[in-house]
Design a protein around this ligand. Structure first.
Ligand SMILES: Cc1ncc(C[n+]2csc(CCOP(=O)(O)OP(=O)(O)O)c2C)c(N)n1
Ligand code: SF4
Ligand SMILES: [Mg+2]
Length: 302
């Protein structure tokens, strides 16, 4: 009988993490490991996931992990890869697993080095769009308009005024063989892309959308709904760049961004004009992705 789903039943991240109810990052780890399997070593810097596994022997992960300094995940995975290769253990997948702050800000230099060296490893950034573990401070990945504790509403610098850093564009500029966005709202797409990243020789980057109920001021029951809305409103498009070729793996339905924003207290203060500005930005970014796909298709037809 054919299985109704392509997602493996075996679990490598067990219940019992110390994550908050409804934590998207919990599911990022779970789906990532379902895609990669047991022959995996993870390097984790300071972030929520540095505390979520718990303490050995009662920790919730079935794979070994190494804790690295906040800024050093890229260097750490290059070192682990080199050590495994020396031992002839080339079948082990090495993963750097870091938050957005530890990736787009403080870990960017080491990440860039690992990508440039073409380290045979995968770097997964779970993006909850702020420094959550230390109390919801803004990061370079916090979107325009969001409240955080360092972009408070009602002050001179009311809410975040700078756009979200485009980490996918930064990583693509390194010429790496594979980069993809994934979401906990679409596990089949997620697991498929993890397998692809595992089978690529060289460096892969995965940008994982990861709702955070306390940080986003949202109902923990709505994690999946919010994640799906991020795709349906095109706020977080699902795509991959495989050897330079971009494919949208799930078309956004084009729902209004207000449906996504209104479920989260971090956007509650935004005016109608602010929401309209966000819509314009989201539409422009999606149109740019579509234009790139169309350009490639017309080139192929020539
Ligand atoms: C060099 C250094 N600076 C600051 C910290 C404090 N710190 C620990 S976790 C963290 C937040 C990490 O944010 P992010 O990478 O987005 O992961 P999240 O907490 O959101 O899961 C910070 C600032 C640290 N451990 N080391
Ligand atoms: S603060 Fe957010 S990312 Fe961290 S454990 Fe809680 S829900 Fe997960
Ligand atoms: Mg974060």
């Amino acid at each position: 009988m054919t299985s109704p789903t392509t997602i493996p039943e075996e679990e490598f991240a067990h219940p019992g993490s110390t994550g908050c109810p409804g934590c998207g990052a919990n599911l990022v780890m779970r789906y990532m490991l379902k895609g990669l399997g047991e022959r995996t070593i993870i390097s984790i810097p300071a972030c929520c996931w540095a505390v979520m596994p718990g303490y050995w022997p009662s920790h919730c992960l079935k794979v070994p992990l190494v804790y690295s300094a906040f800024e050093a995940t890229g260097a750490s995975i290059s070192g682990i890869r080199a050590a495994l290769d020396m031992r002839g253990e080339e079948d082990v997948t090495v993963v750097g697993f870091a938050g957005d702050g530890g990736t787009v800000d403080i870990g960017l230099q080491a990440l860039s080095g690992a990508a440039e060296r073409r380290t045979d490893a995968i770097y997964v950034m779970y993006d909850n769009e702020a420094y959550m573990n230390t109390g919801i401070q803004r990061s370079g990945s916090t979107p325009w308009g969001a409240w955080t504790t360092t972009t408070p509403v009602g002050s001179d610098r009311a809410f975040k005024r700078e756009p979200k850093k485009d980490i996918m564009a930064i990583m693509e500029a390194h010429g790496i063989p594979y980069a993809a966005t994934v979401s906990v709202g679409h596990p089949e797409d997620f697991v498929k892309k993890m397998r692809k990243a595992r089978d690529v020789r060289g460096f892969s980057f995965i940008h994982a959308f990861s709702p955070c109920p306390p940080g986003w001021r949202m109902d923990p029951m709505k994690t999946i709904e919010v994640a799906k809305l991020a795709v349906d409103t095109r706020v977080f498009p699902l795509y991959e760049i495989d050897d330079g070729e971009l494919t949208i793996t799930r078309e956004g339905k084009g729902k209004p961004v207000s449906e996504y924003l209104s479920l989260q207290g971090r956007f509650r203060h935004l005016s109608e004009e602010d929401v309209a500005d966000i819509q314009v930005d989201v539409d422009a970014r999606y149109a740019a992705l579509k234009a790139r796909v169309a350009k490639k298709a017309s080139k192929d037809d020539e």
